[in-house]
Each structure stands twice: as structure tokens, then as C-alpha cells.
Design a protein around this ligand. Structure first.
Ligand SMILES: O=C(O)[C@H](O)[C@@H](O)[C@@H](O)C(=O)NO
Ligand SMILES: [Mg+2]
Length: 382
């Protein structure tokens, strides 16, 4: 199966979210945004697709790297094509990101699933056909009726448990919220959620990402008293030794790294340094399904769980093929947003969740996205 073409289509789609000055998502006015679709085509007409941002698929990257590495190559040689693209990162002057690698890798996996007539999670080797989900709540805000108070978090958590979520993760308040960061408020929100859902629902916290060691330890001890399941990204992840210090200080499991680059190699160093009790990966964070699988296997070799960052078909695949992954992160969730609303560019959401809190893997060949090509072609945004 020889790759004969790659193309990028950029189109308009609707969003109901906006990013704050720190890059965290919150509810926002309905508006149109640009999104891109990479399509890889083989000589027999088989195609693989993956979504990304226009910036991650901009012409310089599509022509200088993606086309150059892929055209004429065996589409099923994913490992070699991923390695070739990853090696180009050094010579790209910082232009070729892990996010772009992830898009290409996901499109190749989608193509392989189409060629085999299998959903990708079964092509890789299923561990399960449904994954328990935790509700990942958006960062706090100052919106009336949103996530402005600890009580708001408590009320929202109750609705999420009633919806079926088997666990809940809080992202609490961060700048630009005027009075944040605040350990006291973080712990008040966590206490309100624990009070609302009772003692047995697993709870996790992902808070302000730049606390000091002492602040992070104080926060962690507060979570221990509330019987939380893990503490996440509460210090700058560039300081691996700070996380080794924190993991040694606390009983509650420390999970990471999420936002750090370095793929599976850097995550191996975190394990070696004792900087995490639970490893973290994500298809976008480490450069694709191919390296995310390596991260999963790395953690498994150390008897560790590895939890997947982010929602979407590709992260659901990773969660479904790994014994040492406990959850699917479904979110980000907010009282004013309908997470189950189907995006304009899809015919169905990729992560439907049943009333018991399980997200079921689709059986359609490919990565698991039902793409609405008519929408994409009818709303060009080049
Ligand atoms: O932008 C971010 O920091 C992430 O999207 C974050 O909000 C959330 O996805 C996360 O940290 N999950 O663990
Ligand atoms: Mg996180």
C-alpha cells in the first residue's frame, strides 16, 4: 500500500468555548473557528484521516516534512515513518512539533484500520471494548452559575455522578481568575465535591501548575485527608526533581508528566527519578498513538499505571488497549456546556458514555471518528 498523496483541508466549525490568557478553556459565545483535516491516500484509494489545527498542518510543515517523508512509502510502515518524521524534528528549527507528528501517526493508524476492516483498538489488540470514564471538570471561573464557588463544584459533581461518571477530576481556579491561585480555595472545592459525592467516588485534582514545593505538599496533604486518588500538575513539570521531592513527601499518588515534551524517553527519566507514582501520556502530548503505546508499555514494565491525557477517538483507543490504564478522561466539562453535542464536522461524538459511566469503542474500521465530509467540503476556510 504505497502512499501517493497527502492533502490538508481547512474548514469552519462551531465552538462554544474560548481560551483564557493561560490557555485554559471556558464556556464562550457561539462562534466559528478554523480546523484542519489531514488526509493520506494510497494508490488503491484507501485513505486515512486525522484532525488538527491549521497551524499544526500549515503548508510549510505539510510540504517540507509530511509530504517529503510519506510520499512513495509503504503506508503500513508506521514505525519507520514515525521514526523518520521524529528525526526531522531536530532539523526543523523547532517547527515540527509532537502535535503534528501525532496527526500524521493517527492518520496512518486510521488508514491501517480502514485497510484491515477493523477499528484501530482491535487492530492493535483490544484489552476491553468499553472504558470507565472520569468526568474532567473545566478550570474554575467567575461566571454566575458556572464554576465560581466551591458549592458550584459540589453541585456539578452531583450531576456528573448522576449522569454515570465513575470518578471526577477537578481543575480548580487559576489566573486570570483575580484572586487565584489559592490552596485554601482549591481544598474548599475538593471538600465540597467529596461532601457532595460521598466517600467512595474516586476524586482527583489537577490544579494551578506553578505552586512551590511547599505549597504543593500542603495541597497534597489536604487531598490525603479527603481521600483523593491522585494529585496532578501542581508544580512546573520542567522541574523533575521537584516532583521526585513531592512524591517522596506525600502518600497520595503523584501523576505526570502531562505537558512536558520528550515523549516516552523523558517519561522514562521521570520513572527512574521517582518523580511520579502514576505515569501520564497522551496521543497529542507524546507525538501519536505509536509513541503513546511505548509509554504505556514502559509504565507496565515498572508495574505502574499510565493514565491518558485528553479526550477524543485517539486517546480512547490508547485507553482501550492498555491493562495498566484505568480511566478515559471525558471532558472538559462545565455546567453551561453540552459535552454530548456533536461537532459540525462529525456525524457522531467519538466517546459516547452509557448510564453506568462506560465509554464504548465504535466498531467502524478506522480510528473511530465518523467524519462529515459534506460539512468540511461545504465550509472551506483556506
Ligand atoms: O489546557 C490544558 O491545560 C489541558 O487541556 C487541561 O485543561 C486538561 O486537559 C488537563 O490538564 N487534563 O488533565
Ligand atoms: Mg492535566
Amino acid at each position: 500500500m504505497t502512499i501517493t498523496d497527502i492533502r490538508v483541508r481547512t474548514f469552519w466549525t462551531t465552538t462554544y468555548e474560548e481560551l483564557d490568557s493561560d490557555g485554559h478553556a471556558h464556556p464562550g459565545p457561539e462562534r466559528q473557528v478554523r480546523k484542519s483535516l489531514l488526509t493520506i491516500t494510497c494508490e488503491n484509494g484507501t485513505e486515512g484521516h486525522a484532525f488538527g489545527s491549521p497551524e499544526q498542518l500549515r503548508p510549510h510543515l505539510a510540504e517540507r516534512f509530511i509530504r517529503k517523508v510519506l510520499i512513495g512509502q509503504d503506508a503500513l510502515a508506521r514505525e519507520r515513518l514515525w521514526q523518520d518524521l521524529a528525526h526531522w524534528q531536530r532539523g526543523s528549527g523547532g517547527q515540527l512539533s509532537d502535535r503534528t507528528l501525532a496527526i500524521v501517526d493517527c492518520a496512518l493508524w486510521d488508514l491501517a484500520g480502514k485497510a484491515a476492516g477493523l477499528p484501530v483498538y482491535r487492530l492493535i489488540g483490544a484489552y476491553r471494548d468499553k472504558v470507565p470514564a472520569y468526568g474532567s471538570i473545566m478550570c474554575g471561573d467567575e461566571i454566575e452559575g458556572g464554576l465560581a464557588t466551591p458549592e458550584d463544584y459540589g453541585r456539578f459533581a452531583e450531576t456528573l455522578v448522576a449522569r454515570g461518571y465513575q470518578a471526577i477530576k477537578l481543575h480548580t481556579w487559576m489566573p486570570p481568575v483575580s484572586w487565584s491561585p489559592s490552596i485554601a480555595m482549591d481544598l474548599r472545592a475538593c471538600a465540597a465535591v467529596r461532601e457532595a459525592v460521598g466517600p467512595h467516588v474516586p476524586l482527583m485534582l489537577d490544579a494551578y501548575h506553578w505552586y512551590s514545593r511547599e505549597e504543593a505538599a500542603e495541597l497534597g496533604r489536604g487531598l490525603e485527608a479527603l481521600n483523593f486518588t491522585w494529585i496532578e500538575e501542581v508544580m512546573d513539570e520542567q522541574s523533575m526533581s521537584s516532583y521526585a521531592w513531592l512524591a517522596n513527601e506525600l502518600r497520595i499518588p503523584v501523576i505526570g508528566p502531562e505537558s512536558m515534551g520528550g515523549k516516552y524517553q523523558h517519561r522514562a527519566e521521570w520513572i527512574r527519578a521517582g518523580a511520579c507514582d502514576i505515569l501520564r501520556t497522551g496521543v497529542e502530548d507524546v507525538g501519536g498513538i505509536t509513541p503513546a503505546l511505548k509509554t504505556m508499555h514502559l509504565a507496565e514494565s515498572f508495574g505502574m499505571n499510565c493514565e491518558v491525557h485528553g479526550h477524543g477517538a485517539e486517546n480512547l483507543v490508547i485507553s482501550a488497549v492498555s491493562k495498566n490504564c484505568r480511566w478515559y478522561e471525558r471532558g472538559l466539562l462545565h455546567p453551561m456546556l453540552d459535552y454530548d453535542r456533536c461537532p459540525d464536522h462529525l456525524k457522531a461524538i467519538p466517546d459516547p458514555m452509557d448510564a453506568e459511566g462506560f465509554v464504548h469503542l465504535g466498531q467502524t474500521p478506522g480510528i473511530g471518528e465518523e467524519i462529515d465530509f459534506d460539512h468540511i467540503d461545504a465550509h472551506p476556510a483556506d
